[in-house]
Design a protein around this ligand. Sequence first.
Ligand code: B12
Length: 280
Amino acid sequence: MEPLVAELKQKIEDTLCPFGFEVYPFQVAWYNALLPPAFHLPLPGPTLAFLVLSTPAMFDRALKPFLQSRHLQPLTDPVDQCVAYHLGRVRESFPELQIEVIADYEVHPNRRPKILAQTAAHVAGAAYYYQRQDVESDPWGTQHIAGVCIHPRFGGWFAIRGVVLLRGIEVPNLPPTKPLDCVPARADRITLLERFNFHWRDWTYRDAVTPQERYSEEQKVYFSTPPAQRLALLGLPQPSEEPSSPSQELHFTTLLPKKPQNPRRGWLSPTASPPTSPGP
Ligand code: B12
């Protein structure tokens, strides 16, 4: 890895890893090359970017302390606020650079996601993105089958939280890292995609590989609980409905962290039941 990339990666890791996140560098060109222009990131191809994902440890190391210590804003998901806070810390740690952050939940006014998190995770080498095109002669006919990323160490027990873009830092010689194909057999890919699409609430798709760590029972209960009851579940008071004083850390420089009530509804799959929560 180029010394500059290694140095920047180390600094971002020092900021995020103690809180249960992982980061993987990639070039914007690798991401754009797989997508139609509507999804392109409008930056020069060699621009350095980092994919950020959360591991099972994020719940205890980042979310719980955040819920206890920050002024939560009402009507915005606490996990999203927590992730925004930590990605904001990355920006603050590089005041000399033009850092832009796109979180997984950000959408354009037409509700198209600003970042295709799974494609980014795949090109960054973080987690293999299994799609129906990865199954020869698939058995699903005209059904819509969503793809799923599997992490070599956490299986499906992780979430993709966003990308950090370093405008002006160009790394044309960064060598691409292939994600590990940890579900190579056709039958296992079929099982994985069927579990993810039709049985995701039972958590089984996440065990496509034996994970090093899963979500704790407490974390599973938290994410399975309707958002309005979650703080009570952790024994914490509800945030006041009065707008709290804006927390500087929650403001992204160039991109709005504001989230519509349900950004996923209406995008691609209007008939699908929306998840109980933003992707745990
Ligand atoms: C909209 C959305 C939904 C919608 C629609 C899902 C869908 N994919 O159809 C609904 C509400 C149904 C949903 C449900 C769930 N979701 Co959801 N969802 C999203 C969201 C916000 C956007 C996905 C999207 O619309 N993609 C657009 C389509 C067009 O992209 P695409 O299918 O990948 O197609 C592109 C690729 O194929 C690419 N491409 C072409 N050729 C090639 C070749 C290669 C090699 C590659 C890499 C790419 C590539 O080009 C295509 C675009 O032109 C993402 C977060 C994000 N920002 O990405 C989470 C996300 C996909 N969801 C996630 C999860 C976990 C879920 C749920 C399990 C609920 C939950 N939160 O626990 C359920 C699963 C059930 C299901 N059927 O999907 C996770 C998946 C994590 C993972 N391990 O992969 C994500 C990434 C959120 C996160 N923060 O981690 N979701």
